[in-house]
Design a protein. Structure first.
Length: 373
């Protein structure tokens, strides 16, 4: 059984005696082949085992001999050690050492991180950089959405708590209230999982909006974004900000577009505020509130709502999309607010009162206004 496991991990590493005490051969890492020899004095025990390798591999590993010996002697069997050994070599082959050939982290820290990752489970490791001072751990929530926490490890680890970041709607700062010695990464991971669990309802609501509506902004929503600008049609849109702590409650809403259309929708919203029901889907509530249906993704295209600015002829300008429009329903031409402001400001017929500029639509010559930001 052991030989089968070893063969699946290192098919070119072969036993040299019938008792399986000595193995000699090659391991393949990143399309490179390295000579390796492992000797076990006693059957079934790696306590006093030794490992030797080619000079090429030795040049990569000679600063990490203590780590390798420790893992070799503490591993349950040769197969589990070889899995760790290959992972370590794979990372070190890519690692760019400085002129002194020293680690960016102390050797003890490196050894501790390897031990902690082994305890957590290598399957939860999403990424680590060449210096091993950036570690990303992953988990999946009840709806199989993947979430990642990034841990920035310093040379003072674990005495100084690492900085952590994650794609969540509220900043993730590791509190460190429940730390088990030698298990700091696990404590960070567990606290991260608790935060993910507490936000699952929020992400359910955001997914409901993303999957059923045309999202104008943000262009590429992340798990940290609590706002969505949703297309309504007729050059109007609804900016919704979901309450992170209470996602089923009525969100902040801001209607954008031509006043002739927005005013009616705003009247509907004010009239129907009392009908909000936290027991039904947020999207259904919003449609009741506005007395309108959101354009279906099945029967419309996003391009139908991504109309370009009538002045610069672009849809997106400096990450902004058109949010002003002509109030005349026969025109309704959208504009970037900055474009419309510059256009009206340049016309001698325009006038300004406080922070509002009054002028004429460049297309239909009907009155149009824009607020100065």
């Amino acid at each position: 059984m052991q030989n089968e496991a070893l063969f699946s991990i290192c098919p070119l590493l072969l036993p040299q005696d019938k008792n399986g005490l000595t193995y000699d051969g090659f391991i393949e890492i990143n399309e490179q082949t390295f000579r390796v020899s492992i000797v076990q004095p006693n059957v079934g025990s790696l306590k006093d085992a030794s490992i030797s390798c080619s000079w090429r591999l030795w040049n990569i590993l000679h600063h990490y001999q203590d780590v390798i010996k420790q893992r070799l002697h503490q591993s349950e069997n040769l197969a589990s050690f070889l899995v760790e050994f290959k992972n370590l070599v794979e990372k070190l082959v890519k690692c760019k050492q400085d002129d002194t050939g020293q680690l960016s982290l102390p050797l003890d820290t490196y050894s501790l991180l390897i031990s902690e990752l082994e305890h957590i489970g290598w399957h939860k490791l999403a990424y680590t950089n060449e210096s091993f001072n950036i570690i990303k751990l992953k988990m999946r929530d009840a709806r199989d959405r993947e979430h990642i926490v990034t841990v920035h490890v310093s040379a003072e680890y674990p005495d100084i708590l690492p900085k952590c970041s994650a794609d969540v709607p509220e900043p993730f700062h590791f509190k460190g209230s429940k730390i088990t010695e030698g298990r700091l990464l696990e404590c960070i991971y567990n606290e991260f999982c608790e935060i993910i669990s507490s936000h699952e309802l929020f992400w359910n609501v955001m997914d409901e909006i993303d999957q059923n509506c045309w999202i104008l902004e943000p262009e590429h929503p992340t798990r940290a974004d609590a706002s969505r600008r949703v297309a309504l049609g007729n050059n109007t849109s609804l900016l919704v900000r979901i309450n992170v702590q209470h996602p089923k409650m009525m969100p902040e809403c801001h209607l954008m577009g031509a006043d002739s259309i927005v005013m009616k929708l705003r009247e509907n919203m004010n009239k129907n505020l009392h009908q909000w029901d936290p027991e039904i889907p947020v999207l259904e509530n919003l449609e009741k509130l506005l007395e309108t249906k959101f354009p279906s993704r099945q029967t419309t295209k996003k391009e139908d709502f991504s109309l370009e600015c009538g002045i610069c002829y672009a849809y997106r300008l400096d990450n902004a999309i058109p949010e002003s429009a002509c109030d005349d329903p026969r025109c309704g031409q959208p504009f970037h607010t900055s474009c419309l402001y510059e256009w009206l400001r340049a016309l001698p017929s325009s006038r300004q009162s406080f922070n509002i500029i009054f002028g004429e639509c460049p297309y239909c010559n009907k009155p149009i206004t824009v607020k100065v930001k």
